[in-house]
Design a protein around this ligand. Structure first.
Ligand code: FAD
Length: 479
């Protein structure tokens, strides 16, 4: 079957949906192809034991640009709530509240760690490092690594207590094998880590205290985007994967295979394709494909996977906190969140709650293939000094592409692949997976808007897109 559209969007995460909505509002005919059976990608919500849950802890950060915030408020109305952050972070074997309070830190942190941070703070000018200097302390010849950059900017005491063990858990590599870009793109954020550093240095600026969150789970954002895109005329095809992309001079042909009979073997001739799927996956779909060296480089870009374990606790709310951050090596779990504490909703049952355990892993490894997580749930709570759960059920979700891994040397592999992608006629790649970036939902949405704004009646505006890409390079990820 053949048909045509002005725009085909690959992927119905927030970047693809934002693009589809904006393009459809402009009167373009839009088809969105989504391999999964639901919209939203990593930002989707679903239900476990009658409770809406997310793919790990998700918040809409106050850094969301005002024009996106206005659109989301228009879509969600009063359902988009503004909430105080109320998390806890485990450091040196004890919990400190988040947002952090200087007095509590001084009381709770072991004197050895406080003294180390104080020493590092005094010695900071001597280390000569800054988070923006790419040389792990500025010394000539030293590799630009995550460990080097953070030891230089934060000091060894805080790095060793928090970041070093957390890096191994999140990305599966020691900080010495992770590129310094990782520190610059993520740690500059108003994360508990940065705020800890600020407060320990007496520089609290009061940020990071609130977040926005929809009453029916974070996924209400993407559901509303999908509904608005459909209302504006876009067609969203779920359970439909793109199998081949054939660019031509003035158009591009997209082949699909889908579970739905209508989508199987379909062929769409489009004016342009926006791809938000992983960039290496795009390289495998385009015919003719990239040169051999680009294929090899693409194969060396790694994504970290995640196993999400949802523990159903019978017995009311588990704690009053929204999230517990667990950077230490005692457990592979990096964070435990309690979605019902992110919102005020009469829909949440009074006698039951669900906890989400985030366990970064590699697809196919021991965690990925584990079937019964009830032991790990109980052990994690015990070794972390957290209350036990009255476990009624455990539900597991496995997500293969979660964090891009910035292993040292990644930038050269990515640059080759990105340069090739830039030469494919009538195809544009963006989004968190499409640009191999750690970005937040508001960044992903901004990319979708910018892509549509580069699609003018006169054709693709190369310089507008180049300017947009420069803006994306400045994105800093919020935790
Ligand atoms: C643990 C965790 C916590 C996070 N917390 C926050 C937070 O607190 N705040 C925040 O703003 N952001 C957070 N994020 C980031 C947020 O989830 C992402 O920024 C956002 O979902 C990215 O949107 P996207 O559209 O670029 O990609 P995705 O959401 O990944 O969507 C890509 C879509 O493409 C589809 N797809 C893939 N391959 C194909 C194919 N071949 N054909 C068709 N479709 C395909 C996928 O199924 C998916 O639906 C978090 C992420 C993680 C992993």
């Amino acid at each position: 079957m053949g048909r045509s559209a002005d725009l085909v969007v690959l992927g119905a995460g927030p970047s693809g949906l934002a693009a589809a909505w904006r393009a459809a509002r402009r009167g373009l005919s839009v088809v969105v192809l989504e391999r999964a059976g639901h919209v939203g990608g990593l930002s989707a919500s679903f239900e476990v034991a009658g409770v809406r849950v997310d793919h790990g802890s998700h918040r809409l950060h106050p850094a969301t640009p005002p024009h996106l915030m206005a659109d989301l408020r228009g879509l969600l109305g009063d359902d988009l709530q503004t909430r105080p952050r109320n998390g806890r972070l485990r450091i040196a074997g004890r919990f400190v509240g988040f947002p952090l309070r200087a007095g509590e830190l001084a009381r709770r942190l072991p004197p050895g760690l406080l003294a180390g941070v104080a020493r590092d703070t005094v010695a900071a000018p001597l280390r000569g490092g800054s988070r923006t200097s790419p040389a792990g302390g500025g010394a000539p010849g030293r590799a630009d690594t995550y460990a080097g950059a953070l030891r230089a900017s934060l000091g060894p005491a805080l790095y060793d207590a928090l970041y070093a063990p957390y890096a191994v858990k999140l990305w599966g590599l020691p900080g010495e094998e992770i590129d310094g870009d990782q520190a610059r793109k993520r740690v500059t954020a108003d994360s508990p880590w940065k705020i800890a550093r600020r407060i320990l240095r007496g520089q609290s600026n009061g940020q990071g205290k609130i977040f926005h969150y929809p009453r029916r789970g974070f996924g209400q954002i993407v559901d509303a985007l999908a509904e608005a895109a459909t209302a504006a005329g876009a067609e969203i095809r779920l359970g439909t994967a793109c199998t081949r992309i054939e660019p031509a001079e003035d158009s591009v042909v997209v082949h699909t295979s889908g579970e739905r009979e209508a989508a199987a073997g379909d062929r769409i001739e489009a004016g342009r394709v926006f791809s938000t799927i992983p960039m290496p996956a795009l390289a495998r779909l385009v015919r003719p494909g990239p040169p051999e060296e680009v294929v090899r480089a693409a194969g060396r870009l790694a994504f970290r996977a995640m196993t999400l374990v949802y523990a159903v606790h019978e017995g009311g709310r588990w704690t009053p906190y929204d999230a517990h951050y667990l950077p230490g090596p005692e457990t592979p779990v990096t964070r435990i969140s309690e979605p019902a504490n992110y919102r005020i909703s009469a829909d949440d049952p009074a006698g039951r709650t669900v906890l989400c355990f985030e366990i970064p892993c590699a697809a196919g490894d021991e965690i990925w293939t584990t079937e019964d997580f009830s032991g790990l749930v109980r052990e994690t709570l015990a070794v972390s000094g957290l209350p036990p759960v009255d476990l009624a059920d455990v539900v597991v979700r496995r997500v293969p592409h979660v964090y891009p891994v910035y292993e040292t040397g990644y930038a050269a592999h990515l640059a080759g692949l990105d340069a090739w992608a830039g030469t494919v006629p009538n195809v544009t790649t963006f989004g968190r997976l499409g640009l191999f970036a750690h970005d937040n939902t508001h960044h992903a949405m901004a990319m979708g808007y910018d892509a549509v704004d580069s699609l003018t009646s006169a054709g693709w505006d190369v310089s507008a897109w180049r300017a947009a890409r420069s803006r994306f390079a400045e994105h800093v990820v919020e935790d």
